[in-house]
Design a protein around this ligand. Structure first.
Ligand code: OSB
Ligand code: MG
Length: 368
């Protein structure tokens, strides 16, 4: 595509209910939307940082600054480029993977729309719809958690993930197991434990969980390997897998036996596809994680989750899981426990310009 500019916006989207993880509670999703302006039309991407660096080191204002100061200018300098060129051009700038991923997605969307191809087709999707799991935040108490989970099961979600933290782990998990029996169930600690907690975490073994997600810190690859040997529950890394190289290292060390793939965390959908390919070749199951994306990121996630190696249900829930109103005209809906892979060109969904405007709290445009 012939790049002419980038428009960046910070959006504030209210959540339908507070979302609590081991690192905090969110009531409004603050997110950056990237619009690539090209000679052949626009493309859309999403930078999935949150307002504070609690999930990882990235956060909205940091992503805003690095994108406007370094990433967008580097691409605009080049002018004509292919989506496959973006990561290489941004490689000199260390880190900031979520920012890079959002910029790359906007360029990729513009290019695919111009070519008249869908992201699913480009990525190699082998499914028309993907099984939909839901991520359930920490509730007031185990009884409230059971009621929240009941609501999602009634809606048809095929897999439940509950967030845990020290003191809110065994009893919460036991309550859900007792209430609903042998449902597909997994837990996510978002780095809230240390190796000292191995005995507590081993108590989770009796619940026959699909996996435990990211119990230890992002850089704890060796400790995760040690922990994995002490648990029967499979360890699945999220935060630690920041690149295809990190995935290779974690697998070689035995730190993880399942991988949560998130395009934002690894610097883009192309890098996410490389991790998928590696895991498929190695027989390692993967699933598509979520970052409470708007309809833009969710559409792209559905396409990614339709690749053959995504053998476990992902956090690809319907738009209504988090939002009363989305910024795309056809937000993802749950049909028989599944979400459709969009068939339209590019990410396959169109922006609702009125909603986009209503949620915008800051805007900046950079042109060549
Ligand atoms: O760890 O998977 C996570 C949301 C924000 C940050 C980290 C995580 C999550 C989720 C939400 O669990 C999953 C979703 O978007 O549906
Ligand atoms: Mg996680």
């Amino acid at each position: 595509v012939a790049l002419e500019g980038f428009e960046l916006r910070v959006l504030h989207l209210p959540l339908v209910s507070p979302f609590t993880t081991s690192f905090g509670t969110e009531t409004v999703r603050e997110v950056i939307i990237v619009r690539a302006l090209t000679a052949d039309g626009d493309g859309w991407g999403e930078i999935v940082t949150q307002d504070a660096p609690l999930y990882s080191s990235e956060y909205t204002q940091g992503a805003w600054d690095v994108t406007l100061r370094f990433l967008a200018p580097a691409l605009l300098d080049r002018g004509r480029l292919a989506p496959e060129d973006v990561a290489g051009l941004l490689e000199p700038f260390k880190g900031h993977r979520m920012a890079k991923a959002g910029v790359e997605l906007a360029v990729l969307d513009a290019a695919l729309r111009a070519e008249g191809r869908s992201l699913g087709e480009y990525a190699g999707a082998v499914r028309e719809r993907v099984p939909s799991g839901v991520s359930v935040g920490i509730q007031r108490d185990p009884a409230a958690l059971v009621e929240a989970v009941r609501g999602y099961l009634d809606e048809g979600y095929v897999r439940i993930k509950i967030k845990i933290k020290p003191g809110r782990d065994i009893d919460d998990t036991a309550a859900v197991r007792e209430a609903f029996g042998a449902i597909p169930l997994q837990v996510d600690a978002n780095s809230a434990y240390t190796l000292e907690d191995a005995e507590t975490l081993a108590e989770l073994d009796r619940f026959d969980l699909l996996l435990i997600e990211q119990p230890l810190q992002e850089d704890d690859l060796v400790d995760h390997a040690t922990l994995a040997r002490r648990l029967r529950t499979p360890v699945c890394l999220d935060e630690s897998i920041v690149s295809d190289k990190a995935a290779a290292d974690a697998l070689a060390l035995g730190s993880t036996s399942i991988i949560n793939i998130k395009a934002g965390r690894v610097g883009g959908y192309l890098e996410a596809m490389r991790i998928h390919d590696r895991c498929l070749a190695a027989g390692v199951p993967v699933w598509c994680g979520g970052m409470v994306e708007t309809g833009i990121g969710r559409a792209a996630n559905a396409a990614l989750a339709a690749l053959p190696g995504f053998t476990l249900p992902g956090d690809v829930s319907a738009s209504s899981r988090f939002y009363e109103r989305d910024i795309v005209t056809e937000p993802a809906v749950l049909e028989d426990g599944h979400v459709r892979v969009p068939l339209g060109h590019g990410i396959g969904v169109d922006i609702d310009p009125v909603a986009l405007e209503d949620f915008t709290v800051a805007r900046e445009t950079l042109t060549r």
